[in-house]
Design a protein around this ligand. Sequence first.
Ligand code: BES
Ligand code: MN
Ligand code: ZN
Length: 499
Amino acid sequence: MSQNPGPLPITVDASTPTAAVAADAVVAFVGSRDDAADLGRGPAAALDTTTGGLLTRLAAAGELRGKPGECLPLLAPPGLKAAQLLLVGVGTTTQADAGGLYRAAATATRHLAGRPRTLVALAADPAWSPRQTEQAVAGAAVGMHGQDLYKSERRRTPFPVVWLGAAADAVERGGLLGAGVNLARRLVNTPPDDLYPASFAAEAATAAADVGLGCEIWDEARLIREGCRAILAVGRGSSRPPRLVLLTYRGPGVPEGPPQLALVGKGVTFDSGGLSLKPPDGMLTMKCDMAGAAAALAAAVTIARLQLPIRFMAAVGLAENMTGPAAYKLGDVIRARSGTTIEVHNTDAEGRIVLADVLDVVRGLSPAAIVDAATLTGACMVALGTEVAGLFTNDQPWCDRVAAAARAVGEPVWQLPMYPDVYDDLIKGEVADIKNVGDGRWGGAITAAKFLERFVGGIPWTHVDIAGPAFAEKPRAWTDGGGSGSMVRAFVELARGLT
Ligand code: BES
Ligand code: MN
Ligand code: ZN
């Protein structure tokens, strides 16, 4: 298993001016207005003064525009104690919201992590809201980690960070959020031969013990006793048996009772497609098929570290979808834990089968509301592209809250319809209650959601299809390719809204 380097220190310095801080590099954020750099009244303007108008001249020369993604490294600028100044664009005030600052700070640290540094200072703008500060701090923690977990010579070297002029409590929360995102990213980026159902469960147990989450792991024997035949069917083609992990949390001083929120995650640690085998191109990145489970676990860990005053649970279904001699077959009928019978038309539509049992277990624990995250369908990527997650719901007000939380932290989401008259018939089975693919190929993301809906028993529920955003095939300014930690920040934001 790859080693977790553990989060490096993030400190706060409220008094030292940006120009006077002793660090390898200082990062300053620069906005834009009317298509030109706007130095504002914060740290960028102050730096401009101490450097004798350096930023103004760069802006006049068109070298500094303050656009998102812009990253301008300057060596030994006059009047600065640090060896290097990095100017990072944040765009207009609209663009420089919490999500924009997450990406801008990640852009900065991703650039700087290209070589070893002893200490990097980032200048917070005193005008930022606590949410903006938190997300900037989280982004900085995320940007310095790459997907080079197994490279003999790492491409990125993380470094300690000091935030200048930021509120200590917001910086602390931001650091916890960043660590949560990095946990999900590391799990997604870990190769499937190292991260399989039992080893994911072991990671969950370790993390849970660390932060004081309750943790129950259902092994094969327990899954049989519990009637989780759907999870077991998907896992049968693998030499690595499935697991189900339940995490529980009750905040300080919160009375006992049913969870206010249950997060559910699809944890297919590798999706070969099973006997409906995927072509090699489509299989290459299928270690990412546990990203929903990683998001649920990482959000749970972060919620516990933040000590949010809520009752909360998370449940993840872990299985490897393989083609071994006992593999489940096309035409098989599975009696799910809920009693609903499922006709298997395509073993590559395995995620919904795994989630059928997990949702039923969660339903039995009577949470007030459910959100699941799953890399469920390629069809969702056809509909929304690679950056936007799909939302599906049986309860519009609940979906609106999930969408608002995601957008507040810069995670784009878009809702797709669930019209019963239009879609319900499309998953009716011939020999069993339902089948695991829709009639015909159209609306594949929706028919998958319709399948899940059958297992939530009327509890307010929103399904988040993260097949697009969970895994980046190509690097962007703010991130290396690979696992993105999609929905970790959104889920923590959602949980905070319950308090
Ligand atoms: N894990 C895949 C969906 C996926 C595709 C996630 C690409 C991330 C990137 C899922 O299990 C799957 O194979 N879905 C099938 C469903 C189909 C057989 C009805 C799909 O989308 O093709
Ligand atoms: Mn599949
Ligand atoms: Zn899958």
